[in-house]
Each structure stands twice: as C-alpha cells, then as structure tokens.
Design a protein around this ligand. Structure first.
Ligand SMILES: *Cc1c(COP(=O)(O)O)cnc(C)c1O
Length: 431
C-alpha cells in the first residue's frame, strides 16, 4: 500500500473503530496487516512478521492453508448459510459426528454457537436449566476459580476473575458467583490435599445453592497463563460427584492439542458434564464454538417445564464455519501432532528459559505449545509492542505476561528467530 493510503486507513481506524480492550480517547497504534501466509503476517508497508500468537490460539495450521481454503470454498459453492431452525445440513452433521468421536466418551450432545463467550453462556444456561428442571430452583450459583477467563459477555464475564475482569464496574447488574483461589500447585508439582482446601471449604459452605463448577482444565489462559497439576483437576471431579454438582470444562483455549493432549482434561483422565470448545475449532478461519454435554444433562433439561433448551442463535451452525472445522480437525489428526507439539515445547523451553536470568523477569514456563515469560512488573504495551514489530515478530503481551502460542506448522528457524527476538526485546527494554 502507498504511504498516504496507509496513513488514511490508520487515521480512520484511530478515530472510529474500537479494538479489543481499547480506548478511543487515547488510541494505541494499530499495525495494518494486509495478508497472512503460514506463520507470517504481511504488513501494509511490505514488511513481514513471524507470528507468535496464532491469532489468540486459533490459527493452529497457520494462515492461508490450502486444505482449509479448499474446504471453505467448496462449501461456498454449495451454500454459505442457511438457518438451523427446522433445517440441518451435511457440514454440521459431519462436524458434530467428529466432535462426539474425539471428545471424552460421555459427551455426545452438541450445541453449536458463534463464539467462545456464547459457548460459555450456553454451558451456564444448560447447568441452570438442568437444576430448574430437577425442581432445585435455588441452584443459581456457579463456583469458579480466581485467575480464570471465560469470555466477555455478561454470563461469561461473571465467572472470570473478579479483579482482572473488573467486576466492580458492573456491580448490581452482573450475577455474583463464588470464587475459589487459583490452583496453587504448578503443573509439575506434586498435588497435596491442602492445595484444594480453599475450593473444598467453599463447596461445603455453598453447595446447596450451586449448580456447577466451571473452570479451564490445566491451563488458566487469559486470566494469568498459569499451568496447574492434573491431580487438582481430578479432585475437582471427585468433589463435584460427592456434592452432586455438574462440572463444566472450558477447553476453548486448550482444545485441539495445544497442551500436548487433544483436550487438556486428558492430562487428568477426567470427563466433565459440559464442555466448551472454540478458538482452534476452525483452525482460525471462522468464528465458531460448541458446547457439548452428556445425556444426563440433555435429558434433565428436556424433561423440564420448558421441554426444550432455551437458546438459538441466528447464525447457529453456519455452513462455512461448519465446513472448515472438520477439515481442520481431520488435518490435525492426520499429522503427527503430538510429536509436533512436543517439539514446540522443547524449542520454546530452550528459546525462552534464558530469560530467567533477566532482572525484569519473574518466571518462565512452558507447557505444550504455550510459552510464557512472566515479568516482575506489568509491561508497557505502548512501548513494547512497536519494538516487537521493529524486530520482526508479532507478540501481544498483557499485564505482566509476554507469551506465545505459535502455529503447529512453525518451522525450527522461525521459532528460533521468534524466541531470540522476544528475549532481545525485553532485555533491551529493561536497560
Ligand atoms: C477466548 C476464551 C473464551 C472466549 O472466547 P471468545 O471467542 O473470545 O468469545 C472463553 N474461554 C476461554 C478459556 C478462552 O480462552
């Protein structure tokens, strides 16, 4: 693009367009991207960046992948959309068949929606409608974990960490739920019963008004990028069974191999009653999410007063999204993805661990295809972001966290360059 055209584009953007968590009084500088291929983002001025974010966990196969391009264009020639009320179509059936097959055994009912947040809304509504149908109408609360993240719509937001989610801004409007401390045992630490005392005491105190426990299995993503011990997750399942509560797993970030297992709950070999997937579901091509539940939840809901589950988005099961999702899943399963993610982990470890020695760094941790550098202080994104871009990488820090979750197709050289530039940038920045 010509420099004056780029300027015009950015000027309009700055004045009129909201970006995620942005200000229109003091707008941050945007990076104009005109195309993307593999793990490279092409900027309007012709420069290329190595992408470390996979567009927030989603573009696991990289951008502009021929197999996914074909799946979506083939579907486009058939129909781009048709309503899902009273109608079904082959793409939706193929996707749901696959989801039922690859998710934990009991989860065989699928509700499709447009985004992760909506999938969480659906999960919460499922749990509430289930108990209403059982005649236990007092069960209106959820138990969630601090440092959790479940999305930005009201219901989803209400189970996010109350501090980082700034619940006080919406007090009086947003439902209030119950929070247990973030799991204190790291992924590779030995779990002890004391690590779950806080959650246990909250269950004990509140179980009569609780409908469900909701959490992100193994990895707490946007709420803090923390990895916790599988045995903790196992204990939560046991405690839910003890108190007769439903368990909701939010696998929107962790699903489709990111942690080294197809779904993170497989680290602990546990099954939830309700599970949300999104983000990588379509390989980053389209906005699509799904909420799966078991037969107990499905029949429990449908036997009740309403007789139906009370939700139905206009663009439910959009055929373009439903066509590209099974193409992405089948592509993933056809590849040696476990080995690939294992190699990612190894290389991220090698590349990022040296940052442990930096005076500005508090911690470095890696799990599967997720690499995290936790700084001692919150980073100033306005100064750091342009430096990453100058150094040819796309990394988007938040709070104290500089983190990457690269596409599985990232080549050795690209990963080496990505981690090298991250270290250089934060090292120069601390001096
Ligand atoms: C991103 C995310 C969501 C929200 O998904 P959106 O598609 O942004 O609405 C919910 N839960 C988790 C764990 C996520 O990482």
């Amino acid at each position: 693009m010509k420099p004056q055209d780029i300027k015009q584009l950015l000027d309009f953007d700055r004045q009129h367009i909201w970006h995620p968590y942005s200000s229109l009084i003091n707008p941050p500088d945007m990076v104009p991207v005109v195309s993307a291929n593999g793990v490279r983002l092409k900027l309007a001025d012709g420069r290329e960046l190595i992408d470390g974010m996979a567009s927030w966990w989603s573009a696991i196969h990289g951008y502009n992948h021929p197999v996914l391009n074909r799946a979506i264009t083939d579907q486009l020639a058939q129909m781009s959309h048709v309503m899902f009320g009273g109608i079904t179509h082959p793409a939706a059936v193929e996707l749901c068949k696959l989801l039922v097959e690859i998710t934990p055994p009991g989860l065989d009912k699928v509700f499709l929606s447009d985004s992760g947040s909506v999938a969480v809304e659906v999960a919460i509504k499922m749990a509430l409608q289930y108990w209403y149908s059982q005649g236990e109408k007092q069960r209106t609360k959820l138990l969630s974990l601090r440092s959790g993240y479940h999305g930005d719509t009201f219901g989803a937001m209400s189970v996010c960490d109350p501090v980082t989610g700034m619940h006080h801004l919406f007090s009086g409007v947003m439902p209030e739920h119950i929070f247990a401390e973030s799991p204190p045992c790291r992924f590779d630490e030995t779990f002890e019963e004391k690590h779950i005392e806080d959650l246990k005491s909250r269950l004990e105190e509140n179980h009569q008004q609780l409908a469900a426990v909701i959490l992100e299995p193994i990895v707490q993503g946007a709420g803090g990028m923390k990895f916790y011990a599988p045995a903790y997750l196992k204990r939560v399942r046991e405690l839910c069974d003890e108190y007769g509560l439903l368990l909701i797993h939010d696998e929107i970030a962790t699903g489709f191999g990111r942690t080294g297992k197809l779904f993170a709950c497989e680290h602990a070999d546990v099954e939830p009653d309700i599970m949300c997937v999104g983000k990588a579901l379509t390989g980053g091509y389209m906005s699509l999410a799904a909420t799966l539940c078991n037969n107990k939840v499905a029949t429990g809901i449908c036997e009740g007063e309403a007789g139906v589950f009370m939700h139905g988005p206009t663009f439910m099961a959009n055929p373009l999204a439903c066509a590209v999702a099974p193409a992405s899943i089948k592509l993933l399963l056809s590849l040696p993805w476990k080995k690939t993610v294992g190699n990612l982990a190894k290389q991220l470890n090698e590349g990022l661990q040296p940052a442990k020695e930096f005076s500005s760094v508090a911690d470095v941790r890696v799990l599967g295809g997720i690499g995290v550098i936790e700084m001692k202080e919150a980073v100033d994104i306005k100064t750091l972001q342009p430096k990453f871009v100058e150094n040819g990488v796309w990394v988007r820090p938040f709070g104290k966290l500089v983190y990457v979750m690269p596409a599985y197709v990232s080549k050795r050289e690209d990963l080496a360059e990505l981690t090298r530039q991250i270290l250089l940038t934060i090292k120069l920045n601390q001096e």
